[in-house]
Design a protein around this ligand. Structure first.
Ligand SMILES: Nc1nc2c(c(=O)[nH]1)N[C@H]1C(S)=C(S)[C@@H](COP(=O)(O)O)O[C@H]1N2
Ligand SMILES: [Mo]
Length: 305
């Protein structure tokens, strides 16, 4: 079997130093709350790199976001997410598990190995980035709570708190945001729960304090600010599929051969400050086919989009 990642390469080796320093002072300015969450990101031993492409800058990753709980514009999350209270935080884990309950964040992290995962991230809207996440394999948590034999899917739910999430006071989406994976997708080593990026705790606009990252699927599967994880026998409803079933499916695997009804998925626009950045070809399963194509053997991917 091929290893899922190439040789270790830390983000600090691929990010210009002035950017790092700049960001350090920015985070220092956040004070106590940043310190309180520092265990979410700093103590990670390994860095695994699953793309040769250079990561996007911290500024790009934290200023161009989709987080509709804070508004529909790409700069709304950076503008409004600071109001989100992320401590205390707990995840209700239930359904077909041996040890259901409310796990506070420290408990969720207990025994899990945080590592850096530098990977491609491709939105269904056809823009993309490379992001150096900090996180741990979802499988580690699922194994700890004990998945029962009847479980076939994992359902996720985002926080519902309209007082702090202005987008939830408006229409368009049936809040809270929900997502789901097949159990074998959830158990794949590429699927992580991320608690940080660029070596620091997760910025609020990116889904603090803990969010899913499924690098071979369109970005909307990577649900942010998770408060509930439920193991189910039936395929759970997901926000975008419920909203526009013709345009967004349950699987949402990155696939350059299956177009969105309103645009092509063959190419993507890498978010970049360079004036010369053009479009690049989108890769099957976002470049992770060696690791995940086997999950879909025999399935018609144009039907199961
Ligand atoms: N709860 C929640 N999770 C979400 C979203 C959202 O609006 N709400 N947007 C999704 C979409 S469409 C994308 S592309 C990614 C964006 O993640 P990023 O802002 O960290 O790049 O988050 C996904 N997770
Ligand atoms: Mo997206």
């Amino acid at each position: 079997m091929k290893p899922a990642f190439r040789s270790p390469l830390r983000w600090s080796q691929v990010t210009p130093r002035p950017l790092w320093l700049n960001r350090r002072s920015l985070i220092a300015g956040l004070g106590a709350s940043a310190l309180a969450g520092s265990a979410l990101a700093r103590d990670y031993p390994a860095s695994r790199h699953s793309t040769d492409e250079a990561p996007n800058s911290f500024e790009e990753i934290t200023n161009y976001n989709n987080f509709y709980e804070f508004g529909w514009n790409k700069d709304d999350p950076a503008r409004y997410a600071h109001a989100l209270t992320t401590d205390p935080w707990a995840i209700e884990i239930g359904g077909l598990v041996d040890r259901p309950g409310s796990y506070d964040l420290a408990d969720v992290l207990k025994g899990q190995v945080l590592e850096e995962r530098i990977c491609r991230f491709r939105c269904v809207e056809a823009w993309s980035m490379v992001i150096p996440w900090i996180g741990f394999e979802l499988a580690g948590l699922l194994n700890r709570v004990g998945v029962q034999p009847g479980a076939k899917y994992v359902a996720f739910q985002t926080l519902l708190r309209p007082g702090e999430m202005p987008g939830q006071r408006g229409g368009g989406i049936d809040w809270p945001y929900v997502e789901g994976l097949r159990l074998d997708e959830a158990m794949n080593p590429l699927t992580i729960l991320a608690t940080g990026l660029y070596g620091e705790e997760m910025p609020k606009q990116n889904g603090a304090p803990i969010r899913l990252v499924v690098p071979w699927k369109y970005g909307f599967k990577s649900i942010k600010s998770i408060v509930r994880i439920t193991l189910t026998a039936e395929q759970p409803p997901t926000t975008w599929q419920a909203l526009q079933p013709r345009e967004y499916g349950f699987y949402a695997n990155v696939n350059p051969e299956v177009d969105h009804p309103r645009w092509s998925q063959a190419t993507e626009r890498r978010i970049s400050s360079s004036l010369f950045a053009g479009r690049q070809e989108t890769l099957m399963f976002n470049g992770y086919a060696d690791e995940v194509a086997g999950l879909y053997a025999g399935m018609d991917l144009s039907v199961n989009y």
